[in-house]
Design a protein around this ligand. Sequence first.
Ligand SMILES: Cc1cc2nc3c(=O)[nH]c(=O)nc-3n(C[C@H](O)[C@H](O)[C@H](O)COP(=O)(O)OP(=O)(O)OC[C@H]3O[C@@H](n4cnc5c(N)ncnc54)[C@H](O)[C@@H]3O)c2cc1C
Length: 467
Amino acid sequence: MQTPDVLIIGAGLSGLATATFLKHKHPDISLLVLEQDDHPGGAIRSHQEEGYLAEGGAHGFLDNCLESRVLVHETGLEGEVEKAPLSEFVRYICLDGKLNLIPQSPLKILKAPLVPLSAKLRVLMEIFKKPLENEPSVAQWVEHRFGAALVPFADAIFTGTYAGDIERLKLQAVMPGVHRMEQEYGSVLKGLIHKLRNRNKGEGGKKKKKGLPAMTSFNGGMGRLPQAMASRLILNQEIMYRTTVGEIEQIDSGWTVRTGQLELSAPHLVLALPVNRSLALLESTPLPAPPLSFIPEARIATVALGFTDKADIPFGFGYLAPEKEDRFALGALFSSQMFPGRAPEGHVLLEALVGGRRHPERLDLSDEEIIDRVYADLKELIDLPEPPVFSQVLRPKHGIPQLEAGYPDLLEWRQTIHRDNDNIHICGFGWQGIGINDMHKEAWKVAKRILTGLHEEGGDELKGIYF
Ligand SMILES: Cc1cc2nc3c(=O)[nH]c(=O)nc-3n(C[C@H](O)[C@H](O)[C@H](O)COP(=O)(O)OP(=O)(O)OC[C@H]3O[C@@H](n4cnc5c(N)ncnc54)[C@H](O)[C@@H]3O)c2cc1C
């Protein structure tokens, strides 16, 4: 086999996006993606059964990321896109055993009777609070800056994104942009006001209007994106399945990778893998040892439940339940409201999430028990007069990387490796974020670094928190 310019390990979104960007900018580049599974997509897993379309992994991504939009365009998937605009939907938080509507605009949230007036006034005291020393957890930080009443809301947000535990997730790791703003302005509110003032002034002092983004997926589910990217690569020349890389070695001309049967070399090596898989492969190399040998992961199961339309599902994306509510499900997506067509005519689809960082033991239960307990839980919150007519427990093998104690040091270590070695590129699930848009941004940076030698680490821009 000819030596490719670039070897990419992993055909999840990160590896495939890197390949797509490289080919987009440099159609003649030779690359080879190596994937252990017999299909592309990694943590993305769309499941179709009996007219229902559920997701065992990611449900969608926001359309406010340029890199993701480029990928949708490059793969020709624009005609298959489905969007659920945040401005037209609402979400719910479970508080005191019932669903409470969360409006989508900050002003409406302020007016909503979600917390007492005293708690709202306490939020304003934030401008007088000094930054906490050391590496505060999200829970410590929210309580310190905004008051205890807001902690359940932060809990719901990080349950919805990381399936995580806000007592353990570190602010600096999960909200680096907010952390930087706090350091710079001494207060998040002061920083936001400053940023809004600048942003609202477009050219000539005119106000720039910025709407809310839309949750985006495809008619055939999220699996369409990796499928479409992989289908543009030539099988066994540009992408190989059932090929597990067991060892990597730095050589004079780049890197060699070894699988069971193959030994391949290339000037550039991309590790487009979840953090722990990259750390395991790098262990046997002479590169400096990382400050952590692994990071925790949170596993969740998606429980897809189909009901007849006697089920009265509130309008919106779904709900999340903070830990203090002590509920079995972490929350549920009102999937067929978000993306109509995900359930057969006359039926609706709910997808509940179970497990997460705090309750891995719940994944040891049988499918039947999980379904019964989820139904019992949801019935207390939503008008579900009849049991589900369809049920399926999807158990992803992939956990969600948890950015906890020591994670910022791990990112710094990666920065050092990149600074000192211009032919290895470490990206993928858990490096600089966990969302699809984060993966696509990182993949773009890798492609740019390979093609131009220019390196930007970044990743600490301020991201919107869309609840
Ligand atoms: C349950 C769940 C729900 C999620 N929901 C959302 C959501 O709604 N929105 C959102 O934005 N994000 C969500 N995410 C995150 C999103 O799915 C990830 O950001 C993204 O899929 C990660 O892609 P990746 O390519 O970096 O990693 P992966 O998808 O893990 O891909 C890595 C690939 O590498 C392969 N591989 C591993 N080791 C080797 C080896 N040694 N040799 C060869 N191949 C190897 C794996 O088989 C895999 O295909 C969710 C994740 C999970 C798990």
